[in-house]
Write a protein that binds this ligand. Structure first.
Ligand SMILES: Nc1ncnc2c1ncn2[C@@H]1O[C@H](COP(=O)(O)OP(=O)(O)OP(=O)(O)O)[C@@H](O)[C@H]1O
Length: 257
């Protein structure tokens, strides 16, 4: 569809003959929360990495807001408005919480290299504005009281929230969330789910990979199910939950109860 924010077309990824993603096509519409699920080894991370620009597709196309992006380096995709979080947190533990968010915010900074070297008034003003925006973000996630705390001293759940805040600091249009609930007890997973839902209500488009089925089923508008690199189902929670191929793929998987 032409009004998609993200379009994946006939995407393939082979690793030395092993098919990780095969002939995969799908759309993400602006304003939707779409989840990608599937058993271990289904190809979810490979797909995510191809969209973020970490893994090069063997063939196929990826389009973002009308532009083809599969040949662009990661930072160009980020500048176009794609932000991501990582399954294994990538927090700077020796930096403060505020500094971690500022790192994300600097992606959008406009000052020139010369301006940065001379620390011009324009850069000072930009930095001030960035700090305020970062503090606003932290307040939104109830982390403002921790702004000056070292990120490494946060609880695991707070680090997950911080990573989300940092991704948002670049003011993305598409948020790629790689297992945002991984490693969290259900109550904290629900808190993350509420944050994602609130962001989406404010207009954020989200594509997430997640094993926590309760979270996926409760917040996704659309769910894409992969198995062995292939799409086996796509649709809303009710459709996916009842799909015979999905049930067969997850047979014996305790997480999908
Ligand atoms: N860099 C790589 N080199 C070789 N094979 C890889 C590489 N990355 C992934 N694979 C293989 O591709 C297939 C898909 O893996 P992928 O990590 O994308 O699955 P996944 O759905 O994310 O699994 P999980 O839920 O366990 O994270 C697997 O068979 C995996 O072993």
């Amino acid at each position: 569809m032409s009004d998609s924010l993200l379009r994946v077309e006939s995407l393939n990824c082979y690793f030395a003959g092993l098919r990780a993603v095969a002939e995969l096509s799908f759309d993400v519409q602006p304003g939707e929360i779409k989840a990608v699920i599937g058993p271990n080894g289904a190809g979810k991370s490979t797909l995510f990495n191809m969209i973020a620009g970490v893994t090069r597709p063997t063939s196929g196309e990826i389009w973002f807001d009308g532009s083809r992006i599969d040949n662009l380096p990661t930072f160009r995709r980020a500048r176009l408005g794609i932000a991501r979080t990582f399954q294994n947190l990538q927090i700077f533990r020796e930096m403060t919480v505020l500094e971690n968010v500022m790192v994300g915010r600097h992606m959008q900074g406009q000052s020139s290299v010369m301006g940065a070297l001379l620390y011009t008034p324009a850069l000072r003003a930009e930095n001030r504005a960035m700090t305020e925006t970062a503090l606003d973000l932290l307040a939104r996630f109830e982390l403002d009281t921790k702004a000056q705390v070292l990120a490494g001293d946060l609880s695991f759940g707070q680090m997950k929230v911080l990573e989300l805040a940092r991704a948002l600091a670049s003011k993305p249009r598409l948020l790629l969330l790689d297992e945002p609930a991984a490693g969290l007890p259900q109550a904290e997973a629900e808190h993350i789910g509420q944050i994602i839902t609130a962001l989406n209500r404010d207009g954020m488009t989200v594509l997430l990979v997640e094993h926590n089925m309760r979270m996926v089923m409760s917040l996704s508008h659309d769910i894409l199910v992969l198995n062995n690199g292939l799409r086996i189902a796509e649709g809303d929670a009710d459709h996916v939950r009842r799909h015979p191929d999905v049930l067969a793929a997850y047979l014996g998987d305790a997480e999908y109860a």
